[in-house]
Design a protein around this ligand. Structure first.
Ligand SMILES: [Zn+2]
Length: 177
């Protein structure tokens, strides 16, 4: 996995790019949850569920169909959050789906079951550029941890910051800031 904090970069970039009118605070909070939630399967490691099991780490909760289901459930809250349902679906889907895709860019672990429950095959994307994060958070405070954070800065935070700032600049140009 990438570190849990780095998965939050995607919804934060969307909020910066689209602005508070399109992504109100409640929707952004829900998008942050959707981006982080897939790693709930790490609890399975303590419950005795093997990594490679369909419900193991990087299994069902990291898949694209799960992201669609999560975004679909989240849309039910859109009116209460003051968000347009279609926009909410897009923001939540992008946030949730980005989790598995970012993990599929890492250089360690078993790969991600991107199509679960239709296929439990684990795979990576062709570019495994992100240094995989250790499962034990304490291991981040080490030389390896620094390498992981540097890699995530380069491949997750920097592209997200650019996307967020480009969106912000476009909104400023059309007078929506
Ligand atoms: Zn993950």
């Amino acid at each position: 996995m990438a570190t849990p904090l780095s998965h939050l970069a995607v919804p934060l970039a969307l909020a910066l790019a689209l602005g508070g009118d399109i992504v109100p605070p409640g929707l952004m909070a829900l998008a942050l949850v959707c981006a982080a939630l897939p790693d709930i399967d790490a609890l399975g490691l303590w419950l005795g569920i093997p990594y490679e099991h369909p419900l193991g780490h990087r299994g069902l909760t990291h898949s694209l169909p799960f992201a669609v289901a999560l975004a679909g459930a989240g849309v039910l809250f859109a009116p209460a959050l003051g968000a347009d349902p279609l926009t909410a679906f897009g923001v939540l889907l992008t946030s949730a789906a980005s989790h598995g895709l970012i993990d599929a860019l890492t250089n360690g672990g078993l790969g991600v079951a991107l199509l679960s429950p239709f296929s439990h095959r684990r795979s990576f994307l062709p570019w495994r550029v992100i240094e995989v994060s250790p499962l034990r958070p304490s291991a981040l405070f080490s030389r390896r941890g620094l390498r992981v954070l540097r890699s995530e800065m380069r491949w997750v935070w920097l592209p997200c910051l650019v996307i967020g700032l480009v969106g912000f600049a476009v909104r400023a140009l059309v007078g929506q800031v």
